[in-house]
Design a protein around this ligand. Structure first.
Ligand code: ADP
Ligand code: MG
Length: 339
């Protein structure tokens, strides 16, 4: 005889956490995206031991009203959408209402949050998905979330965490991506008490690129901007003096969300044929604005992939635009160096 069980909420959240929370960098991604959605102009990220021991994220965004704090840890609890149609007009990074539920199910979490309309903040402690305490506390406007002991109650997952060094590299890469996508926000990143990154938040993409990759990359960029039929694109692409053996310096954002898009990277690599050596990869920082109703971001919980309605047209338009941009630039030694 078999019996079918209906799983309780905590078990459901622990299972679902497997999709959203794979490693410390996934926690950082979800929490920082919440800070961006909260309209913050300054975000501080502190980690200890590659985020395995501690992650603390502080923002100066809108905060959560005291009466809503408990709700934010429930599954499918979001202030960002109301109905499925809202996805066709989506400009926020979050919408699934899963991150806080998942993260709090597998860690020890503390949140201090205050809105500008309330005179006092709220501190809440959540352990293994359960709210342990909630009390008023003096605080500045915004939200601080502290995550301790990731996967303390899912030992199998804890065992699969990589070395502190590997997890730190992952988090650093991720913060770079988030900072490049949001030049209007000041990002401060501290690893084991050591300052790693501090972007000015002056709304200049080149300031962020300089903070992360230095002068050499910055001096070899071509500014691009174009209104196309299916999308608008702007940003910077590398000239023929700057390229990489890997794709680490290929940054693509769709409506401010960084994505892994094969079609866009294919268009890029086609445009650079005969400009950089075979087997090398172009450098790009491209921000694409597109009608949200013509894309689907809800393919995977991590929202890194995206589906385009007009994929073929997008490929051709982008490839041809990038080709033209490169042709119109005075590239030293282009077409000759690598024949
Ligand atoms: P989602 O981002 O998909 O809405 P989350 O689980 O990440 O889901 O967050 C749940 C809700 O908690 C958000 O919709 C938002 O209302 C609130 N929230 C989370 N983080 C913050 C923050 N840093 N500042 C303000 N509100 C936040
Ligand atoms: Mg979120």
């Amino acid at each position: 005889m078999h019996r079918i069980n209906i799983l309780d909420d905590l078990t459901i959240n622990k299972i679902a956490a497997g999709e959203v929370v794979e490693r410390p960098s996934s926690v950082v991604k979800e929490l920082v995206e919440n800070c961006v959605d909260a309209g913050s102009t300054k975000i501080i990220i502190e980690i200890v031991d590659g985020g395995k021991k501690l992650i603390r994220i502080t923002d100066n965004g809108c905060g959560i009203p005291s009466s809503e704090v408990d709700k934010s840890f429930l599954r499918h609890a979001t202030s960002k959408i109301n109905k499925i149609d809202d996805l066709y007009d989506l400009y926020s990074l979050g919408f699934r209402g899963e991150a806080l539920a998942s993260i709090s199910a597998i860690s020890k979490l503390e949140m201090i949050t205050k809105t500008k309309d309330e005179p006092i903040g709220t501190k809440v402690v959540v352990e293994g998905g359960k709210v342990i305490s909630k009390e008023p506390i003096g605080a500045t406007n915004g939200t601080t979330i502290l995550i301790k002991d990731m996967f303390y109650n899912t030992p199998v997952r804890q065992k699969f965490l990589k070395s502190t060094h590997a997890e730190t590299i992952n988090i650093s890469d991720l913060i770079n991506k988030l900072a490049i996508g949001n030049p209007n926000i000041q990002f401060k990143y501290i690893n084991n008490n050591k300052p790693m990154l501090n972007t000015p938040g002056d709304n200049k993409l080149t300031s962020v690129i300089r903070s992360i990759y230095g002068k050499d990359v910055c001096e070899n960029l071509i500014k691009v901007e174009q209104k196309c039929k299916y999308f608008n694109v702007k940003g910077y692409i590398g000239n023929n003096n700057v390229y990489r053996a890997n794709k680490n310096l290929q940054h693509v954002y769709i409506n401010k969300r960084f994505v892994k898009s094969k079609v866009i990277l294919d268009a890029l690599s086609e445009a650079y044929k005969a400009i950089i050596p075979i087997n090398k990869h172009a450098v790009c920082f491209l921000s694409i604005e597109i009608d949200p109703s013509s894309i689907d971001v809800n393919i995977h919980p991590t929202k890194l992939e995206i589906k385009f309605e007009n994929e073929k047209e997008l490929y051709i338009e982008l490839r041809d635009f990038l080709k033209r941009a490169l042709l119109n630039t005075n590239l030293i030694g282009k077409y000759q160096t690598f024949d």
